[in-house]
Ligand binder design. Structure first.
Ligand code: SF4
Length: 109
């Protein structure tokens, strides 16, 4: 995917979330069963259904910080799937242009 396409994708995501798209951001996937459930749900979504992916993955435009671990900031920039040189999420079920301060429930270090 070209940088132009990634940039357009980021803009679509930003706009959907800024317009109030409801996502499952509270359903953090900490346990392997939660990850499996979320990944299975993402795999069932057609590739062109961007908003459905954002909903299921629990996207937010800002980092997530859990009450029980306030010292840990969950954000794309610290996620193992984030490619900083092209601001890209390489999780196979997402593969989206993302911004470093965004987050989703599948965040991993
Ligand atoms: S998996 Fe990681 S890089 Fe991808 S959207 Fe979620 S937090 Fe961001």
């Amino acid at each position: 995917m070209s940088e132009e396409e990634l940039s357009r994708q980021r803009e679509l995501i930003r706009s959907a979330l800024a317009d109030g798209l409801h996502t499952a951001w509270q359903d953090r996937a900490y346990e392997s069963a939660d990850v499996r459930r979320t990944v299975d749900a993402l795999q069932a979504i057609a590739p062109d259904r961007l908003e459905d992916k954002l909903r299921v993955a629990g996207f937010t435009l800002q980092p997530y910080v859990a009450d029980e671990a306030p010292e840990i900031e969950q954000a794309c920039r610290t996620c193992m799937y984030y490619e900083s040189h092209r601001r890209y999420c390489d999780l196979p079920e997402l593969k989206l242009g993302v911004e470093p301060e965004w987050a989703c429930v599948l965040w991993r270090v």
